[in-house]
Design a protein around this ligand. Sequence first.
Ligand code: SF4
Length: 147
Amino acid sequence: MHIQRPQINEINLLAHAEGKITVLGGPSVSACPQHYPEFDILHLGELGDATDRTIEYLDCHTARPQQQIRFQSKQRLPLSEFPIPAYHLLDLNQYFLANIQFSSGCPYRCEVSDIPELYGRNPCLKILQQVIAELVDARSSRLLPTF
Ligand code: SF4
């Protein structure tokens, strides 16, 4: 995801120009937070205690902080407890494609990949009912075509 860094930082500039607080999470910033010094809040690591603290912070603050704030996940939420993404909030016209996550982590160690480092070498899987629920939700949000 590092290849998207220029666009990520451009979005941050556009948001700041409108006076908006900005939050960044995901693989690129989790691996290299030093690449994103201009963002107001960094969410580092997978869904977990950092996510709760990020949401708690945003519930109480709408203005930009004086300094960058970093929330680092120390306790990851089990994949089987991941909530269904809010697909209904997506503007599909803005997306070339979309995907559904069903696993996290990887047992291999390809030298080009930071996935095992970021998400562990013990793969976790969502349960079947979770994946089906997400597909149904995505379809009802018109994320998937109906046949
Ligand atoms: S280490 Fe990374 S690139 Fe290699 S198989 Fe796992 S996820 Fe894929």
